[in-house]
Design a protein around this ligand. Structure first.
Ligand SMILES: *[C@@H]1O[C@H](CO)[C@@H](O)[C@H](O)[C@H]1NC(C)=O
Length: 292
């Protein structure tokens, strides 16, 4: 495996977070790993079960199931850099992925994907793997994603697979309580449009077959860029990945006006032998495979 920017970046971020060695400079805030890379930990919030998120002006409210606002992220700016990194996926850990951008006037109303929890990797070096379907706004300053995770992240985790639903907007990150899943278990990740008011959109994302993973975001930007992604951090050997492949199947994209015409593109990490192939193209029962 080549000398990886991912590895250097994560090691540096951990050191910055743990040691904060500078005395004259402003204090360096601890960072923590999310599917959007390393983020300032005070901006990362777990969503209480049954809770939801609402954009309110330039703020983001985290609302518990009983209606109490339990956290306010004030005056949130869109990210200076995009959550996605189409030009150099290594920078934020997007190793290989497929994507489709909805350029039509009608929004995506639902995006489903089914996959199976892979075998655990042969080696453990503290690596983190994320596998997910996701949607971002065209600006790339947010992402909504039902995520399968192996290894540690802000949500917890370790030498096992777990699922959580994540929403990132600007520098702020929200996730549901991670739930451990078994090798071979079937996952059904979905993002659905559940409401619209003017130019703001309400979405729900979850693993439909796993309770406690639902996350609703009200008043967000329209989500247009759909992906099927492998993201990784602190991988030091090919054996830190599962062997073989992960097949994303049952990929269905619907618009509020019907079925779009979809052709998936993909980005590979050929240097490390990681790639994405489009087995069945289109918007209905598409199939996309991540090869390790
Ligand atoms: C509402 O839920 C939050 C989060 O679970 C909790 O901290 C708070 O005490 C609850 N408030 C009431 C009034 O029940």
């Amino acid at each position: 495996m080549r000398t990886s920017t991912i590895r250097c970046f994560s090691a540096a971020a951990l050191l910055v977070g743990l040691l904060a060695p500078f005395t004259s400079a402003a204090p360096v805030a601890p960072t923590i790993l999310t599917p959007g890379g390393y983020r300032v930990s005070t901006n990362v919030q777990q969503v209480p079960e049954g809770g939801r998120i609402a954009h309110v002006g330039n703020d983001i409210h985290l609302i518990a199931a009983n209606g109490t606002v339990v956290h306010v992220a004030s005056n949130v700016k869109p990210a200076a850099t995009k959550v996605k990194a189409a030009a150099s996926p290594e920078e934020t850990g997007w190793v290989t992925y497929a994507y489709w951008l909805n350029t039509g006037s009608s929004p995506i109303s639902s995006f489903t994907t089914t996959w199976t929890v892979p075998a655990v990797p042969a080696t453990w070096h503290g690596q983190t793997l994320f596998l997910f379907n996701s949607i971002e706004p065209s600006t790339g300053d947010a992402i909504m994603q039902p995520v399968l995770q192996y290894g540690p992240s802000a949500a917890g985790g370790g030498e096992y697979w777990a699922v959580a639903t994540w929403y990132l907007y600007g520098s702020n990150v929200f996730f549901t309580n991670p739930i451990q899943v078994s090798v071979g278990q079937t996952l059904n990740g979905i993002v659905s449009l559940v409401g619209q008011s003017g130019s703001t959109y309400n979405y729900d994302s979850q693993f439909t077959n796993i309770g406690g993973t639902a996350l609703t975001v009200d008043g967000g930007e329209q989500l247009t860029w759909a992906t099927e992604t492998l993201e990784a951090y602190s991988v030091t050997a090919a054996s830190d990945y599962p062997t073989g492949s992960t097949v994303f199947s049952g990929i269905n994209l619907a618009l509020t006006s019907g079925t779009p015409s979809v052709s998936w593109s993909h980005v590979d990490d050929t240097a490390d032998g990681l790639s994405t192939s489009i087995g069945v193209n289109g918007a209905t029962n598409a199939q996309i495979t991540i090869h390790y």
